[in-house]
Each structure stands twice: as structure tokens, then as C-alpha cells.
Ligand binder design. Structure first.
Ligand code: HEC
Ligand code: HEC
Ligand code: HEC
Ligand code: HEC
Length: 157
């Protein structure tokens, strides 16, 4: 009896650990060019947004000294200057494990593999009321395709 409950506790602990590592999300970033082949409409319009140009803009700043360590968390993707601009994966999550067609076409599978459906909180990680940036309202910006990108299947809002 006692042995059984110890085994049970171990099984539960293992399940919790596995669950945690999935939640922590060990997915790798692949870069916007990897999304382009299947999402041409979104890519072409995203390229024109200020999000896409955010690293260059920060580097060219005249009133704030540019330093990758201080600027990249908002002016690049995954806090990595090499992933320049606020790319697809800054809003949709790291794509290495969801970008496969068989995963992508199934929303539930894609989310389980790291796809993020953008939320207000997510925008808020970079858009703060801190004297530098301003808070943005996702619901108000959802049709601002010049800031986000054009949609193939526009959100029903
Ligand atoms: C091999 C083709 C392919 C690649 C590569 C790909 N996708 Fe997709 N993606 C799809 C398909 C198919 C769908 C589902 C139908 C649709 O929305 O076009 C989809 C859907 C999506 C959705 C909508 C999810 C939803 O349910 O609302 C997002 C967001 C997305 N992809 C982002 C990305 C990002 C970011 C990348 C690059 C990291 C990427 N995709 C790479 C094929 C692909
Ligand atoms: C917490 C996130 C965050 C950090 C950190 C951050 N920025 Fe920004 N920055 C933003 C956002 C968001 C905007 C868009 C402006 C707004 O919200 O009004 C912006 C706007 C700018 C602009 C103006 C762009 C324009 O089109 O006028 C410049 C220049 C800039 N940032 C430079 C920098 C530099 C340089 C650093 C590092 C020293 C930095 N930022 C750090 C989030 C950030
Ligand atoms: C990784 C950080 C980051 C995330 C996440 C992010 N943004 Fe931004 N956003 C920026 C930065 C940096 C700028 C300023 C870029 C520049 O001016 O070069 C910006 C600019 C903007 C602008 C101003 C565009 C313009 O040209 O006037 C809007 C609107 C905006 N973001 C909306 C959103 C919304 C809505 C979300 C959530 C879906 C979001 N952003 C997520 C960093 C981010
Ligand atoms: C600033 C954040 C942001 C960036 C950057 C971004 N997206 Fe999106 N994306 C959104 C939002 C917000 C939605 C609408 C989600 C909803 O349905 O409410 C969306 C929806 C989508 C969809 C589903 C709707 C459709 O068009 O069929 C796809 C696919 C997609 N994005 C792909 C991409 C790709 C590919 C890139 C890079 C080239 C990218 N996104 C960059 C915020 C972003």
C-alpha cells in the first residue's frame, strides 16, 4: 500500500515536471524568413511595418544611446539583436516546432508546440507606460494592418 502511493507520487511528480518543461517552452527561434514561404501576404506587409524596422530605428536613435543589452528585448526578437526587428515570432512564439505543415494546420497542435495567439498581455511586454513607450490597445489596433500586418483570414472582431 505504502509502496503504491510512493510510486503514484513519483509518477505525478514526473508528469508535473514534463508539464512544466512544456510550459517553459524550450522551442527554438527560426527567423521570419522561415515563415515567408507559407505566409507571403503577412510577410510582405509586416516587412513595411515599424515593427520590422525596430532594431534599425533604435540603433539610429539620437536621444537614447543604443546598447543591444538594453534595447533588444523590445526592439528585436527574443532579446537577440541578430533576430532584428519585432519579428513574427516575437508575437507568435518561437516556431521551430510548430512550423511544419502537419502541425501548423492544426491549431491545437500548433499551440502545444509553441504557437502563441497574440494577447493584450503579450503586447504589454514591450508597450508599457514608462515614459519611453506607450500602452497599446490590441482590440483597437487589430485592424491597423500597417502596425501588425495584413491578414489572409482576418480575425472575427
Ligand atoms: C509549411 C507551411 C507553413 C510554415 C513554414 C509556417 N506556417 Fe503558419 N500556418 C500554415 C498553415 C497551413 C496554417 C493554417 C491555415 C492558415 O491560417 O493559413 C497556418 C497558420 C498560422 C497562424 C494562425 C493560427 C491560428 O489558428 O490563428 C499563425 C499565427 C501562423 N501560422 C504563424 C506562423 C509563423 C510565425 C511561422 C514561422 C515561424 C509560420 N506560421 C510558418 C502554414 C505554415
Ligand atoms: C520596454 C520596451 C522597450 C525598450 C527596453 C526600449 N524601447 Fe524604444 N520603443 C519601444 C516602443 C513600444 C516604442 C514605440 C513608441 C510608442 O510606444 O509610443 C519605442 C520607440 C522608440 C523610438 C522611436 C521610434 C519612432 O518611430 O519614433 C526610438 C528611437 C527608440 N524606441 C529607441 C530605443 C533605444 C535606443 C532603446 C535602448 C536604449 C530602447 N528604445 C529601449 C519599446 C522599448
Ligand atoms: C518585442 C516587443 C514588441 C511587441 C511584442 C509588440 N510591439 Fe508594437 N512596437 C514595438 C516597438 C519597438 C515599436 C516601435 C518601432 C519603431 O518605431 O521603429 C512598436 C510599434 C508599434 C506601433 C506603432 C506603429 C506606428 O508606426 O505608429 C503599434 C500600433 C504597435 N507597436 C502595436 C502593437 C500591438 C497591438 C502588439 C501586440 C499584438 C505589439 N505592438 C507587440 C515593440 C513591440
Ligand atoms: C506585432 C505583433 C505581430 C507580428 C510581429 C506578427 N503578427 Fe501575425 N498576428 C498578430 C495578431 C494580433 C493577429 C490576429 C490574431 C487574432 O486572430 O486575434 C495575427 C494573425 C496572424 C495569422 C492568422 C490570420 C491570417 O492572416 O490568416 C497569421 C497566419 C500570422 N499572423 C502570421 C504572421 C507572420 C508570418 C508574421 C511575420 C511575417 C507575423 N504574423 C507577425 C500579430 C503579429
Amino acid at each position: 500500500m505504502k509502496k503504491m502511493s510512493v510510486v503514484c507520487a513519483l509518477v505525478i511528480a514526473a508528469a508535473v515536471l514534463v508539464g512544466m518543461s512544456v510550459q517553459a517552452g524550450d522551442h527554438a527561434f527560426v527567423g521570419a524568413s522561415k515563415c515567408k514561404m507559407c505566409h507571403k501576404v503577412q510577410f510582405a506587409s509586416w516587412e513595411q511595418t515599424s515593427h520590422a524596422k525596430a532594431t534599425d530605428v533604435a540603433k539610429a536613435s539620437t536621444d537614447l544611446a543604443y546598447a543591444a543589452a538594453e534595447c533588444s528585448k523590445c526592439h528585436a526578437t527574443n532579446n537577440d539583436e541578430a533576430l532584428a526587428g519585432v519579428q513574427c515570432e516575437a508575437c507568435h512564439g518561437p516556431g521551430a516546432d510548430y512550423k511544419k505543415m502537419s502541425v501548423m494546420k492544426d491549431q491545437e497542435k500548433a499551440v502545444a508546440n509553441g504557437l502563441v495567439l497574440p494577447t493584450q498581455e503579450m503586447c504589454g511586454e514591450c508597450h508599457k507606460d514608462d515614459g519611453h513607450s506607450k500602452i497599446v490597445d490590441l482590440a483597437a489596433e487589430i485592424n491597423n494592418t500597417a502596425a501588425i500586418h495584413e491578414f489572409k483570414n482576418p480575425p472575427a472582431k
